[in-house]
Each structure stands twice: as C-alpha cells, then as structure tokens.
Ligand binder design. Structure first.
Ligand code: PGA
Length: 249
C-alpha cells in the first residue's frame, strides 16, 4: 500500500562536479515500488533536477522558509524550491532544530508552506541520548509529532523520518526493537489524529547511520517504509546497495 522511499540528504556537501553520482541512481529509479529521492544543497537543485528529468529519480530540498515570498534575505521559499525542480523538502532535521533553534511550531509553519506550494514535507523527529537514557523517548517523539505536523497532511504530501540524534553520523544505530517501538508508536498516533486511511498511508523512514551493511535488517522492522540517509547517500556506490536492500525487503 505504501511506496517505499530511499531518501538521501547531502547536507552541506556537493559541488557541480558531484552530480555525476545522480546518473547511476537514475538508472535504478525505474522500479514501481520504490522511490529514490536526493536532497542536494540548494545550489544544486536546479541542475540536479534537469539532470534527473525523465528518469524517475526525484530531487528535493533540505529546508524552506515559512513564507511564500518577501523580505527575507538569504532564505528560500517552498515555491522557489518547487520552481527549481524539487518535489519534496526535508524539514525539522535535528541539525536545524539545534543550530537554527527551530521549534516544532516553526517546523509546522514550514511544513504548511511546503504543502501549499505543492511539495511533500519530510518531517524529522528524534530524541537526544539524554532523553533516551531518561526513558523519555516516546514523550519527546509524541510532542514533536503533535507540534510539527500540519492538519492538512495526507499520505501523499507527508513523510516522517525518525532520526535519533545520537545515531546521526555516529555509526551508532538503535536496536531493531527500539526502532520498531518508535515506528509503531508513530503509526498509532497518526491513525489516532488523522484516521486510519491517512494514518496508514503516511510513510515512516528511519534515519541515522544507515549503511549498506545494516540496511537490510532495518528494513525488516514493521512500519519502516524506507530510510533517510546522510553520509551513505553521497556516493552512488554506497547508496545503491541501500536502495537494493529496500527493494528486496
Ligand atoms: P547519517 O545522517 O546517515 O550520516 O547518519 C542521517 C541524517 O542526518 O539524515
């Protein structure tokens, strides 16, 4: 029922010379069951979109402004991202929640702007190590979910990425039981808020140190519909085996 999604977050990495990585991914992007999305830095969205055109490979962004236009020097609106060829935008990544002090309220406003512009919103949630050790994980995730997701969300325009902060870029991965607990909790909360139809159609990604060596087992966990991948999405040679693991899961 839910299409699988392999999403790559290039963060502040990548120059024009790196766009060749997209060609190998585009070749893998024709399967009917699995979507492949790369979110390069904003500087590369237009050229990446042109390069991926007609291949099935999707291009996304890593942030957008809450407003559609106006006096916001240095910012980029959702409509501008869409105009450049993006079909989705990552919002509320922990690196933005931390470094740019983005609250769930701001993330929700950005998600609303993204949906209004016709972009899918990939909203990130995740607990810190201290919060997990204090056994507050589900409280934190539940609060972020309630605060960050706009009422207009549907299975077509919303994706949620569970990314424990302590697993991002560290090589540490939660146990499969820990991932399953959070994903089942997210599914139940979505069904409660939006009803079974929408709640069951929103895709849930796991993110945080997903690599070719651990992807297959992560994709066996219930309610894991794909992955949001940072470091291992920069090179097609690393990302392709993750895509293949998802396709065969
Ligand atoms: P990582 O990053 O795969 O490098 O851990 C994941 C993310 O931050 O989305």
């Amino acid at each position: 029922m839910r299409r699988k999604l392999a999403a790559g977050n290039w963060k502040m990495n990548g120059l024009s010379a790196d766009l060749g990585e997209l060609d190998a991914l585009a070749g893998a992007a024709s399967g009917p069951d699995t979507e492949i999305l790369i979110c390069p830095p904003a500087t590369l969205i237009a050229t990446a979109s042109a390069r991926a055109k007609g291949t099935g490979l999707l291009i996304g962004a890593q942030d957008c402004h809450t407003n559609a236009s106006g006096a916001h020097t240095g910012d980029i609106s959702a409509a501008q991202l869409r105009d450049a060829g993006a079909s989705a935008v990552i919002l509320g990544h922990s690196e933005r929640r931390e470094a740019h002090e983005e609250s769930s309220e701001i993330v929700r406003a950005k998600a609303r702007a993204a949906l209004e512009a016709g972009l899918a919103a990939i909203v990130c949630l995740g607990e810190s190590l201290a919060q997990r050790e204090a056994q507050n994980t589900l409280d934190i995730i539940g609060g972020q979910l309630a605060g960050s997701i706009p009422d207009s969300a549907t299975g077509q325009n919303l994706v949620i990425a569970y990314e424990p902060i302590w697993a991002i870029g560290t090589g540490k991965v939660p146990t499969l039981a820990q991932i399953g607990e959070v994903h089942d909790f997210l599914r139940a909360r979505l069904e409660r808020r939006f009803g079974a139809g929408v709640g069951r159609s929103v895709r849930l990604l796991y993110g945080g140190s997903v690599k070719p060596g651990n992807a297959s087992e992560i994709f066996t966990v219930s309610n894991v519909d794909g992955a949001l991948v940072g470091g291992a999405s920069l090179k097609a040679a690393d990302f392709l085996p993750i895509i293949e693991a998802l396709e065969t899961a």
